[in-house]
Write a protein that binds this ligand. Sequence first.
Ligand SMILES: [Zn+2]
Length: 244
Amino acid sequence: MNICGICSCASLKQHNKLKNYYKCDNCNTWNKLPRHEQNDLISGGYKYPDANDTFNSFSKFKPLILKFEKLVPVKTIYDVATGIGGLPYLAKLRKWDVYGGNELRIENVHCARMLYGINLDLDYFEDVKMEMKFGVVVCHHGLEHMNNPITVLDKMIDRTVKGGIIYLEHPCIPNDDYLERYADGSESLGAHSYEWTFESFKYFITCVRNMKQTKIIESKCGWETVNNLHAYIPPVQYWLLRKE
Ligand SMILES: [Zn+2]
């Protein structure tokens, strides 16, 4: 039986055209079923950087790092979905201690670890044994691919110092028509387990807030185009949480 991976509700409605997509009656998340393996992620799309990259090379992440610096005194960051490592690398250039993980693609590991010197865990975030807590824990375009997003966010909060920041950013489906356009893969950067709407993500955050004390200090849903990607990505939403 199909159940929603976010709220465990068993009442799912299949999309009228897209046979792999099921909308949860309870939380409104689009579940893509059956779920893909986490290592199905595609690797294309990103600019592969070189060791001469500077703080300005990843302009997308620059305002984010500067924002974190204003919000937390502890300059340690863990990036749950490191990818090639652009975000932690930028933090490193600003003298942060940088960590990351959940990256199974060899070329990305090479880039993040060998080129950028990021301390990298090679396992799913849920399974990584960690003692350390961090000033900022980030999941930047990762949750939509994960099989257990509630477990992941719960652990992210757990690994954040008191007063620290949890930052989540991911694509957001503004309406069901958009899903039809997006789901054929032509505008997507790889396999997603979920397609979030703003409302379904709000439900998700509320579930987790019932488990651990966090305060939403900023959230936004809006269109965004990213210059250095081949693809045009859908609207992005982000959530900035403070651990209390
Ligand atoms: Zn649900």
